[in-house]
Design a protein around this ligand. Sequence first.
Ligand code: SDX
Length: 393
Amino acid sequence: QSGLITLDPGFKNTGSTQSAITFLDGEQGILRYRGYDIEELAEKSNFLEVSYLLINGELPSKTQYERFSQRITTHTLVHEDIKKILDGFPSVAHPMGVLSSLICSLTAFYPNSLDPNNTQEEIELSIVRLMAKMPTFAAWAFKNKVGHPVNYPDNELDYCSNFLKMMFALPAAKYEADPVISKALDKLLILHADHEQNCSTSTVRVVGSSQASIYASISAGINALWGPLHGGANQSVIEMLEAIKADGGDSKKYLEKAKDKNDPFRLMGFGHRVYKNFDPRAKIIKKAADEVLAKLGIDDPVLNIAKELEEAALKDQYFVDRKLYPNVDFYSGIIYRALGIPTDMFTVMFALGRLPGWIAQWKEMRENGEPIGRPRQVYVGPTQRPFVPISER
Ligand code: SDX
C-alpha cells in the first residue's frame, strides 16, 4: 500500500462497478441473470429470450420477443465489402482472430455508432446488428479456416439452426440442422451468456469507457476471451483430454502433474476465481453431455477420462484445499465435439454465447455514465537519474 493506492493484481478484491445484470455466489454456487436462476433459464427459456432479458432487464412479452427475434433475423446479412476483409485472411488464421476483426469492421459501416450521444434507436439497432451478424461472422471464420465457400443466412431458420447451416452446409450436399443439436447448442449459449465482471466483460467495459464504438468494445472482449486461462480453456480441455488418451488414458498421472509446482501442466477446465464450490453451469453441462451423447449414440472415450479426472480431483487434498472444481469449460468441449463443432471453434462458441452479456454490460456502463477506466499503480522503478550520452555508455 502506498499513499492512497491499494495494490490488487488481477483485481481479486476490487469491485469495478455496480451492476444489476448477473448475480454470482461463489460459495453457494449460485448464478442468476436479472434475478432468474440459471437452472430455470436453461430448462425453460431459449437463447434469444435470455439475450433480451440480459440486455433489457426483463423477460420479453410475446410481442417484444417476436419483434426482437424478427429484427435479428432480418439483419443477419452483412455488407459484401466485408467478404473482402475475410478473403484477406489465410486459412491458418485462428477463427477468434477473424471474428474479432470482422466485428470491429462494423464500425466502418456504421460510423454513427461511435457517437457517444447515440439515440436510443441507434443503440438498439447496434444491438440487433451484433446479435444478428455474430453467427454469420462466426460461421464465415470457420469456412475461411477449412477453405470452403461461405453460406448466407437462411431467414426461415431459428438462430441456432441458421448458425449450424452456415457452418456445415456445402454446395454439393443438402444440410438439415438436427433439432437435437440446435436445442443442445441453444442451451449451451444460455449457460455462457453472462458472468458478471470476468476478464473479457471487464475488457468490454474498459474499452467502452473510452467511448469506443460498441463493435470495437465487443471485438476487444473477443480477444480477451481467447486466452487459455479464460474462454480458451474449453479448447485446452479437449486438447488435454486427447493428450491423456494418447498417453494411455492414465488420468491419475496427470492429476499428479497438475499438483507439481515444477510442472507447468494445469488441469484445464478446473478452478475458478469466484466459484469456490461447484460451478452451477458445469453441473448442467455435464448432465447435458450425457443426454446429447446418448441421443446421438456417441460413446466418446474422452468423456470417460473427464469423469475419472473429476472424480479423482474431488477426493484429492491438493484440489480440495484450493477449492478447485470443474468449471464451465470442463465439459462444454465434449458437447461441442459431439455437435460436430471443430476444436478451434470452441472459443468462438463461447463468444457467441457471451455476446448478449457483453452488450448488456456495455449498455449499463454507458447508461450509468461511468468514467473512463484508468487504474493507478505502485511505482517500483528507478529514481531520477541524468541522461548518459551513448559515447559514455
Ligand atoms: C472461465 O471469471 C469468470 O467468471 C470466467 C468464466 C466466465 O464465465 O467468464 O467463468 C469462464 O474463464 C472459466 C475458467 C477457465 N480457465 C481454466 O479452466 C484454466 C485453468 N484454471 C486456472 O488457470 C485458474 O483456476 C483460473 C484462471 C480459472 C483462476 O485463477 P486464480 O483465481 O487466479 O487462481 P490461481 O491461479 O491463483 O490458483 C490458486 C491456486 C494456485 O495454487 P497455489 O499457488 O495456491 O499453490 O490453485 C492452483 C494454483 O496453482 N490452481 C490450479 C488450477 N487452477 C488453480 N492447479 C492445477 N490446475 C488448475 N486448473
